[in-house]
Design a protein around this ligand. Sequence first.
Ligand SMILES: Nc1nc2c(ncn2[C@@H]2O[C@H](COP(=O)(O)OP(=O)(O)OP(=O)(O)O)[C@@H](O)[C@H]2O)c(=O)[nH]1
Ligand SMILES: [Mg+2]
Length: 192
Amino acid sequence: MNFHDVKFVLSVHSERQLPTEELPEIAFAGRSNVGKSSLMNALIGRKSLVKVSGRPGKTQGLNFFLVDDSYHLVDLPGYGFAKVSKDMQNSWQGLITSYLETRQQLKCVVVILDIRHEAKPTDTQLLNWLGQQGIPCVPVYTKVDKLSGNERGKNARLLDAGHGIRQEDRILFSAKTGQGREELIAALTKYL
Ligand SMILES: Nc1nc2c(ncn2[C@@H]2O[C@H](COP(=O)(O)OP(=O)(O)OP(=O)(O)O)[C@@H](O)[C@H]2O)c(=O)[nH]1
Ligand SMILES: [Mg+2]
């Protein structure tokens, strides 16, 4: 993964808009405001290619980025944001679920969790559901720069236990310091 050339391709709001190319795809999922878009920017090495905001619910639609003409990174809208209407939540969920369930090009989902928060049932549900679907997943605990070393270890172990994730299978990450970037690249390279 070099990220020489990264382009925003399109924002998908319905199934018929999905790109028809056969290129492999890696999707980024997680609760609203967890830091999905920031993680993608840090990974790609561009400050603000992917839109970031302090306001939850920033990312709408499935946003496709083309990397070096060889694969797509897909920023998914966050889940668990109460201020968005139920109808809106359901239609988002419908599109994301069908994308995750049926997309042949999808090779792996990076599931992003905030290291400061306890294990949330919606995250457990997503992780278990991906497992049942046989979709490979890479759990990432992000915003580690916001915690001291001690707390980091403690919270990471709580999340491991809460979601049934093995320590060697998850990555500690910070979009601010770049911690975990190389590890994430190594993990994703296996799926491309
Ligand atoms: N300190 C710190 N702040 C972060 C990190 N990652 C994200 N943030 C901040 O968290 C907020 C949300 O980040 P986004 O990347 O927009 O989160 P998102 O998951 O894409 O949000 P939605 O698209 O709304 O679901 C922003 O204010 C970011 O600057 C991190 O690793 N460290
Ligand atoms: Mg976002």
